[in-house]
Design a protein around this ligand. Structure first.
Ligand SMILES: Nc1ncnc2c1ncn2[C@@H]1O[C@H](COP(=O)(O)OP(=O)(O)OP(=O)(O)O)[C@@H](O)[C@H]1O
Ligand code: SF4
Ligand SMILES: [Mg+2]
Length: 391
C-alpha cells in the first residue's frame, strides 16, 4: 500500500513537473508574442521561438502532403530537406547534423529552365542530387511527372533514372579514361535498351552529331579532347537515355570563358529540339540570366527568393538577391548601379544563425530578423520571398 502511494505520488510529481514546464513554455511564448508586437526583444526566448517554428514547418509539410501533385509540373519539390550527420552516438543516433537543404519547395514546368543561384556551400549541388535521389532525402516530397520519387526504393527508381539525368561540373573526372567515346555513349543505351542492338552505333553517331562531335571521335579516348569537347561528350552521355529532365551542375564553370557560350548554346539548342527541362545550377549570374526562365536564390540551404527571370532581375525583393545582382556589371555605362558589399563570412549550415539565416550579413537587418525566421511567401503571383521587409 505504502509502495502504491509512492508510485502514485511519483507519477503525480511527474505530471506536476510537466504542467509547470508547459506553463513556463506558454508564458515564454506569450512574452515572445508581445516582443514581436512591441519590437522590444530584450526578454525574447530564441529557443522557444525555434521550437515553435520547427513545429509550424512540420505541420505545414504534413498538411501539404495531402494535396495532389500539380498536374502541370514536370517536377514539384515540397519541403525538401537533406541533412548530413556530422556526429553519431554510440548507438548510431545522430547527435549533430548539417542542414545542407532545409525545407525547400518549388515547381518546374515542362520545357523550362530553372536557374539555381547562391554562394559556394549554400546547398545547390546537394539539392540537385537529392531531387534525382542520388542522395536520400531527409524529409519532403519530390514529384516527377506526378509520381513521388522521394519514397521510391532503388529498384523502383531504375526506370525513372533514364528520365532524370545530371551533367557535372568537371568533364575531366566524369568520363572513364580507358573507354572510347563510342563505348562511353553506347553503354547506357545498351543497359537501358534504348534502341535494338544493331541500331546502337547509328544511334550513338546521330547523338554525337547533335552534340557537335565529329563521327571520327567515336574511336577516340577522353584524354584526346579539350574541356569543351569533353563536356559535349558528357552532355551526349546524359542524352543517350532520352531523358526529359537534366540537372546541369555548374556545367561551364570549369571551362574557358571562350568555350562557355558554345556549351550554353548547345544546351539551349538541345532543349528546343528535344523539349528538355533543366535545373541549371551556377554561381555565374550572367550565364543564369541568359539560359533561365525561372530563378531560385539559395542561402544556407534555404530558398530565399524564387520567380520568373524578368521579375527576379527587374524587381529583386530579397536583400541577398539585391546584393548578388549589384555585383553583376551593368552593360549600360549611363546607368549607375550601386554595388552592395556583403560583409562577414558565410555562416556554417551546421550552426546557422537564429531568426533569418541572412541576418548576420544583411544591410537591412531589423531587430526581429535576429530572432524570428521570416516566412517564405508568395508576394506577387509566382514570386516568392522570405524576408521581414514584406511582413
Ligand atoms: N557528403 C557530405 N557530407 C557532409 N557535408 C556535406 C556533404 N556534401 C555537402 N556537404 C555540405 O553541405 C553544404 C552544401 O554543399 P553543396 O556542395 O551542396 O553546396 P554548393 O552550393 O553546391 O557549393 P559550390 O558552389 O561550392 O558547389 C556545404 O556546407 C557542404 O560542406
Ligand atoms: S529578414 Fe531581415 S535580415 Fe533577413 S533578409 Fe530580410 S531584412 Fe535582411
Ligand atoms: Mg556545387
Amino acid at each position: 500500500m505504502e509502495n502504491d502511494n509512492k508510485i502514485v505520488s511519483s507519477s503525480q510529481q511527474k505530471a506536476l513537473a510537466e504542467q509547470a514546464e508547459r506553463e513556463l513554455f506558454e508564458k515564454k511564448l506569450a512574452e515572445n508574442k508581445k516582443a514581436i508586437e512591441t519590437g522590444d526583444f530584450s526578454s525574447f526566448d530564441d529557443e522557444v521561438e525555434a521550437k515553435i517554428e520547427e513545429e509550424a514547418r512540420e505541420k505545414k509539410a504534413e498538411e501539404d502532403k495531402a494535396a495532389p501533385p500539380d498536374e502541370n509540373a514536370i517536377l514539384e519539390v515540397r519541403h525538401l530537406k537533406k541533412f548530413f550527420t556530422l556526429k553519431k552516438s554510440l548507438f548510431g543516433k545522430p547527435l549533430s547534423s548539417l542542414r545542407a537543404v532545409d525545407d525547400v519547395s518549388f515547381i518546374i514546368h515542362p520545357g523550362e529552365t530553372l536557374g539555381i543561384v547562391g554562394e559556394s556551400g549554400c546547398g545547390k549541388t546537394t539539392m540537385g542530387r537529392t531531387v534525382l535521389k542520388l542522395y536520400h532525402p531527409t524529409a519532403g516530397q519530390v514529384f516527377f511527372e506526378g509520381q513521388d520519387v522521394a519514397g521510391l526504393k532503388e529498384k523502383e527508381m531504375r526506370c525513372l533514372r533514364t528520365k532524370m539525368q545530371i551533367v557535372f561540373q568537371d568533364p575531366y573526372s566524369s568520363l572513364p579514361p580507358r573507354s572510347t567515346v563510342g563505348d562511353i555513349l553506347a553503354e547506357p543505351v545498351k543497359v537501358h535498351n534504348i534502341v535494338p542492338k544493331e541500331q546502337i552505333k547509328d544511334y550513338v553517331l546521330e547523338l554525337m552529331e547533335s552534340c557537335g562531335l565529329r563521327d571520327y571521335y567515336y574511336e577516340r579516348y577522353p584524354h584526346e579532347f579539350s574541356g569543351g569537347q569533353r563536356q559535349r561528350i558528357c552532355i551526349a552521355r546524359a542524352l543517350a537515355v532520352k531523358p526529359k529532365f537534366i540537372v546541369c551542375d555548374e556545367p561551364v564553370s570549369a571551362l574557358d570563358v571562350s568555350i562557355q557560350a558554345q556549351i550554353i548554346n548547345l544546351l539551349k539548342k538541345l532543349q528546343q529540339e528535344r523539349g528538355l527541362t533543366y535545373m541549371f545550377i551556377s554561381h555565374d549570374l550572367s550565364v543564369v540570366k541568359y539560359i533561365s526562365d525561372k530563378i531560385g536564390i539559395m542561402y544556407l540551404g534555404s530558398m530565399v527568393e524564387f520567380g520568373n527571370k524578368a521579375e527576379i532581375f527587374n524587381n529583386p525583393l530579397h536583400p541577398y538577391t539585391e546584393a548578388l545582382f549589384s555585383a553583376v556589371p551593368n552593360p549600360n555605362p549611363d546607368e549607375k548601379t550601386e554595388k552592395i558589399v556583403l560583409t562577414g563570412d558565410i555562416p556554417s549550415p551546421a550552426n546557422p544563425p537564429k531568426g533569418c539565416k541572412f541576418h548576420t550579413r544583411c544591410p537591412r537587418c531589423k531587430e526581429i530578423c535576429k530572432h524570428v525566421a521570416p516566412e517564405y511567401k508568395e508576394l506577387e503571383p509566382g514570386h516568392f520571398c522570405a524576408c521581414h521587409l514584406y511582413d
